[in-house]
Write a protein that binds this ligand. Structure first.
Ligand SMILES: Nc1ncnc2c1ncn2[C@@H]1O[C@H](COP(=O)(O)OP(=O)(O)OP(=O)(O)O)[C@@H](O)[C@H]1O
Ligand SMILES: [Mg+2]
Length: 405
């Protein structure tokens, strides 16, 4: 099998998918804008060949260059696991007449308004929403939808420019703050807990399923710097709450005509016991969610994703052994990390249940917490019992403290 894999070294976890493809026996033709000389040593053995393009986001240009590069070669599929490139991968598949999800299908996983329309058309619960392009439209939509509501860019990511609005004063402020954003979505605010629903699909059918709990909801994680965001995978998926979300997720995959590979969906669970659709992508969740899923079942989804896409098969165990929590930390102060407190005590408390400790070391410049959930590093811990996984995760959230100056 000859596979074109877009952006095999960026973001860094793409190296793991490149490995996975090589391990299931595929010849990997990587395409990216990283210069050949700058490819990390560890990825090189997994690449059959590599084309460096000037700008990986310049779709038409990439299509021309890759087509010229591979002329005369038999290619079996084109894959990408990075959100900005999923449409480009579909365009290449269409151009070469390869099987896999079409551009139109992938758009259902990329355009947040279109996905809600398609999911709603299947009779599933989505937040009421309106596409708005100016102040008048925003006020009219707010009138219709009522408070509380959410105002966010149509092409948003990482909760950037996303506002919860509960009264007229906040609406004025949000409208002001969003000037310059060409297209926004004005939505009914869905109160409730927030979860992910993640899968690896083989021809549309989930071969692997996962749910993770956001603590607190992503909007709060992304707007309050003092918070240490916690995300825990749920080991026991048999409860009514989990099943409600999983059923919604499976129907969404059907409605959007999923093919092979990862999906990452977000959903709300309301006080009434209803699951409401949030959004979905046809790629894995970021911020180490795939590592958490791997620790949950002691498997290698980087490789199994490759097997699903290349051989339409999935071989790993789906037995869930642990609840796996990740905790992101943010240092107090600006500049470089100067010290970490409470880490030793936390590590001793967790004992054998610790999976990873990757806090930025003193001397390292802080990361921008608004730009990346990764913040100033993370710890990962797992436990077979939910309450214990929750307790150890929150012990890291409150007990480990970092400073910078
Ligand atoms: N209709 C809504 N009701 C309640 N909360 C919402 C709603 N829309 C967005 N939010 C909150 O804002 C967050 C970000 O919104 P959304 O996921 O749509 O955008 P995003 O910027 O693509 O997020 P990310 O890239 O972080 O996943 C959600 O996770 C949720 O916490
Ligand atoms: Mg989101």
């Amino acid at each position: 099998m000859n596979v074109v894999f877009l952006s095999p070294v960026y973001p860094p976890e793409m190296i793991e998918y490149t490995r996975g493809l090589a391990e299931v026996g595929a010849n990997v033709y990587g395409v990216g804008d990283t210069p050949f000389e700058a490819l990390p040593q560890k990825v090189r053995p997994y690449l059959t060949d590599y084309l460096r393009v000037p700008r990986i986001m310049a779709e038409d240009d990439v299509i021309e260059r890759v087509s010229a590069w591979l002329r005369g070669k038999q290619i079996d599929t084109v894959l990408s696991n990075w959100e900005p490139l999923v449409i480009l991968a579909a365009r290449l598949r269409e151009r070469w007449g390869l099987p896999g999800m079409s551009v139109d299908t992938v758009k259902g996983f990329r355009d947040k308004q279109l996905m809600k329309e398609r999911v709603a058309a299947a009779g599933l619960r989505v937040p009421k929403s309106r596409r708005v392009t100016n102040e008048n439209e925003t006020r009219a939509a707010a009138e219709e939808i009522g408070y509380p509501l959410i105002l966010k860019p149509i092409a948003g990511a990482g909760s950037a420019d996303t506002y919860k609005v509960t009264n007229d004063k906040e609406l004025d402020a949000a409208i002001k703050a969003m000037r310059g954003i060409p297209e926004s979505s004005c939505e009914e605010y869905v109160a409730g807990e927030e979860f992910t629903y993640d899968t690896v699909c083989v021809q549309g059918k989930p071969a692997f399923e996962n749910v993770a709990s956001y603590l607190p909801k992503p909007l709060e994680m992304r707007t309050q710097e003092w918070i240490s965001p916690v995300i825990i995978t749920v080991r026991d998926l048999t409860s009514k709450k989990m099943q409600t979300g999983i059923e919604l997720g499976r129907k969404v995959l059907k409605a959007l005509d999923m093919g092979d590979g990862f999906t990452h969906m977000e959903w709300y669970y309301t006080a009434k016991g209803e699951a409401v659709f949030g959004e979905i992508g046809c790629r894995p969740g970021g911020a180490h969610l795939v590592d958490q899923m791997n620790y949950t079942c002691d498997i290698d989804l980087f490789r199994e994703w490759a097997r699903a896409c290349v051989m339409h098969d999935f071989k790993a165990s789906t037995e869930r052994k642990y609840n796996c929590g990740i905790v992101f930390k943010r240092a107090m102060g600006q500049g470089r990390v100067t010290r970490i407190e409470g880490l030793g005590a936390w590590l001793r408390e967790c004992g054998e249940w610790v999976c990873e400790e990757k806090l930025l070391r003193p001397g390292t410049p802080r990361r921008n917490w608004k730009h990346t959930l990764l913040s100033d590093g993370h710890v990962i811990v797992r436990h077979p019992e939910w309450d214990e996984a929750h307790r150890l995760s929150f012990a890291a959230a409150t007990g480990i403290r970092m400073w910078a100056e």
